[in-house]
Design a protein around this ligand. Structure first.
Ligand code: NI
Length: 253
């Protein structure tokens, strides 16, 4: 840069018959400043390139992490068995299968309406989480799904009535005992019936307390032992996973 400035300066000097050193000096000064600016511009563009590289590397890392997470889930082979269940709000209508979950995010939970405290608090928590997420632009519209593990007592009408206390988008699913066992197996959900109370005929079911996040391509995206988390923590975990999924599927929202 300096070489160029002095060469131009010399040329300016030789072409100037009056040999006006003052104006040559001025020109050299101007060229030096321009040279400085050009140098600055050069360094700035180098810096910008480095920043872009860094950001690209960061996004590659993020993508890599997301990819690792999802491939781990695929290896576990959870939530992939197909199932066929009854939509309690549309008994006799189209049955609900894995394919029915395509196009929307779902949060799936297995429980029973006679559960004394855990299921109600889980459903309440899910309602809080989804209400929180509904207020955001990018994470709203997740559909909560309740699948009964107690079909002999949980009739479709009863489940629909029960869910009135919770999020309005709750999907209610039931089926024969075999169909429910098949669905539960696919998600590695376990449940066992406790002893029946002789006087009341009442009983409790011990069951897995997990919420399963299903992505719009109908695949298991994550799962949460929700009793461990506050609604705000759960909302954060879900948004992170939705971001991961969008990163790999090229969507911004
Ligand atoms: Ni329960």
């Amino acid at each position: 840069m300096l070489k160029l400035a002095s060469r131009l300066g010399r040329r300016g000097m030789s072409s100037n018959n009056n040999n006006n050193t003052h104006s040559v000096g001025k020109r050299i000064a101007t060229l030096s400043i321009c040279g400085g600016a050009l140098g600055g511009l050069y360094y700035y563009s180098q810096w910008e390139k480095e920043q872009t590289k860094k950001l690209e590397a960061q996004s590659d890392n993020k993508k890599e992490r997301a990819r690792r997470h999802f491939s781990k889930l695929e290896n576990w082979d959870t939530g992939r068995d197909d199932f066929s269940l009854v939509n309690c709000r549309d008994v006799g209508g189209k049955r609900i299968t894995n394919a029915s979950f395509k196009g929307k995010w779902h949060l799936l939970y297995f429980g029973f309406t006679h559960c004394p405290d855990i299921c109600p608090s889980e459903l309440e928590k899910t309602t809080d989480v989804l209400t929180m997420l509904d207020e955001t632009d990018n994470y709203s519209g997740i559909v909560p799904v309740f699948i009964t593990i107690d079909p002999s007592r949980d009739t479709p009408e009863k489940i629909v009535e029960y869910l009135k206390d919770y999020h309005e988008r709750y999907m209610a699913l039931s089926g024969s005992e075999e169909e429910i066992i098949q669905a539960a197996k696919g998600f590695r959900v376990y449940f066992t019936k406790g002893p029946v109370d002789e006087a009341s005929g009442d009983y409790i079911l011990d069951h897995t307390l997990i919420n399963y996040l299903i992505s719009p391509d109908g695949k298991l995206c994550d799962y949460y032992a929700t009793t461990k988390y506050k609604p705000s923590q759960l909302a954060e975990l879900i948004t992170k996973r939705v971001d991961d999924w969008n990163l790999l599927h090229g969507e911004t929202e």
